[in-house]
Design a protein around this ligand. Sequence first.
Ligand code: C2O
Ligand code: CU
Ligand code: CU
Length: 496
Amino acid sequence: MRPITRRHALQLGGLGVASLAIGTTGLVWQRGSRLVPVTGSDLTEPEVLRSRGGLLQVRLEAAQGQIAVAGREATVYGYNGSLPGPTLRLRPGDRLQARLVNRLDTATNLHVHGLHVSPQGNGDNVFISVEPGESFDYNYQLPEDHPPGVYWYHPHHHGMVADQVFRGLYGAIIVEDPDPIAVTRERVLVISDITLDGSGQVVAPSTMSRMAGREGDLVLVNGHAAPRLSARPGERERWRIINACSARYLRLRLDGQDCELLGIDSGRFPEPRPVDELALAPGNRADLLVSTRAGSASWETGSVDRGGMGMMSSLGDLSGGVGALATLRVEGATAPALPAVPVQPTPEDLRAVEPARRRRITFAMGMGGDMSGGMGMGGGGGEGMGMSFTVDGKEFDAQRIDQTVQQGTVEEWTLVNDSPMDHPIHLHVWPMQITAEAGQPVRGVFRQDVVNVPPRSEVTVRVSFGNYTGRTVYHCHILDHEDNGMMAVVESVPAA
Ligand code: C2O
Ligand code: CU
Ligand code: CU
């Protein structure tokens, strides 16, 4: 895995001392009244709903409820009363019919993150709004050659995404391999974060942490705090890992065990790549093989420096170390060896294709945001200090089309980060192949749907708009940034 490099937080000028004091006070006030997690419980996984005969029909009811989180009763959101929601297992060529029922008191909708399906009509259409008390029938047709891998679903109603995801609305989608890989067991591991007070209520983030992107102080695996996993030596486990955190970056290690990466997002390597450390930006997934060795291993996430905003240093490190996510205990008789991993189907290398068009797209943060958007600083008094989050100088407008691409063409997009923080950039429907980072060509085929762009830097990607027409979005997957404007619309139009 290409590691995330460490860098120093840059200063963002112009923010006064008054706001710093507000942030600090808020933080101090919240401490000491947090939920105390129960750690060391056995890991459980959400219910699995599997397609049959090419079809999976599900009903997903989004509601607030009393759900066990970190071993305690908490008042959170869930799909079908579960955090994470049920795992959906599909095969290439399947149809997924999902009835979304909204029992929340705010509007919501459903997005199938990473799936290569149509964005139109009742497909993966993020412009749909499902009002409280209403429901909507989604219908997604996966192509026959849909890449196998780890995907996920979550709400995508602009302005509410960070809050609804942070409160518990997310679940895994697995697209099975056409040519199965022999493993002892599979685990679906949804990593999320949340902040709960002593009575199990979700703590609303401060304005400051919404600007940085809210991070919860509990980091959960399938809703558990530091759960326990067990295995025998010589086993091969397959870990389907999802970073469902609203803003937290993960840097994962499982020292003492042999880890090999099959791929990130929908990208695959022909052969599994040995990894010691795995960096996942918000929204990224990893498909990992773990070959077990006797002993007890701690699955940890280390700190990631994702930049800062100068005045936020008082809030501590963003994506700072949290230590153990889980403990893996390996003991007992050695398991029999498994057949070798078959060669994986790899994506087409778009470096061999001359792009029909090149674009530069700039992501920025600046002063003078729209105060009505709710990012004004200084609470009720909020005079004149707002932060805007923009793509090419503009905040999101669902009515505007920012890029028009032609179906069937390959384009090269340079994603430019003109701000002092990292932004993980996500494009719906069509995956991106990373071809250059900070102007340096990238060796190998890395296909992802969330691509991290470091501060004051740029990443170049190629995208094949080979399939589907219609409108969808690209945005920062720090969900507070998306909600506050760092999102834009792309429309794919039929070839003339
Ligand atoms: Cu994971 Cu636009 O979303
Ligand atoms: Cu998405
Ligand atoms: Cu961002």
